[in-house]
Ligand binder design. Structure first.
Ligand code: SF4
Ligand code: SF4
Length: 183
């Protein structure tokens, strides 16, 4: 399967799954949609795209897609900014899995199919009201869905490299928050 096909398959797994049974955006005024970004995405408003996702995002009509050069000096990455009203069924994977994220431990990052963990995204701290304790408020169905989505994505070496690269950025956040608990 191509990366784009894997993205579509991962999206299907997540389907209508949401972190909690209700619309969590009501809790926070959709804080993650107005966040200013992080070190990896150059502090611009928007989200990183997974390998193979740029073409899908550019077809949505509400996302502006570009490439950014992250501060880790690695290859450029796809990046999407929301320019119009969100079309929920077309939103990128980053939006579908937040406030969870895949984390690959440093000692596993040279493996072709590394084990991974699904953790609370440390970048959600102070932003997302679901960032509480060890993420007990987030449903098991959602956590399992995110895990299954990554199991699909990890069939591709490009997706593995992307996850390892993001994990390296998360290391700094995790050191700061001292919070690396698998869900
Ligand atoms: S910040 Fe958290 S609670 Fe708010 S919309 Fe995003 S995922 Fe839901
Ligand atoms: S694509 Fe939709 S869900 Fe994602 S950040 Fe933009 S408005 Fe929010």
């Amino acid at each position: 399967m191509t990366d784009t096909e894997l993205i579509k398959a991962a999206r299907r797994v997540l389907a209508d799954l949401t972190p909690i049974p209700a619309d969590c955006g009501e809790l926070c005024g959709r804080a993650c949609c107005v966040d200013e970004g992080s070190e990896l995405d150059s502090s611009e408003r928007g989200m990183l795209l997974f390998p193979g996702e740029a073409r899908l995002a550019s077809r949505t009509g509400f996302l502006h897609v570009s490439r950014i050069s992250p501060s880790d000096c690695g290859p450029s990455l796809g990046f999407a900014e929301c320019r119009r009203r969100c079309i929920r069924h077309s939103r990128p994977l980053s939006c579908r899995i937040f406030p969870l994220v895949c984390y690959v431990r440093p000692e596993h990052r040279t493996l072709s199919r590394p084990p991974f963990e699904i953790i609370l995204d440390p970048r959600a701290r102070g932003l997302c009201p679901l960032y509480v304790g060890k993420g007990e408020n987030i449903t098991k169905e959602f956590r399992n869905g995110v895990r299954r989505a990554y199991a699909i994505l990890f069939r591709s070496p490009r997706q593995v490299r992307f996850a390892c690269r993001l994990s390296a950025v998360l290391d700094d956040y995790l050191e700061f928050t001292n919070d690396q608990t698998e869900l």
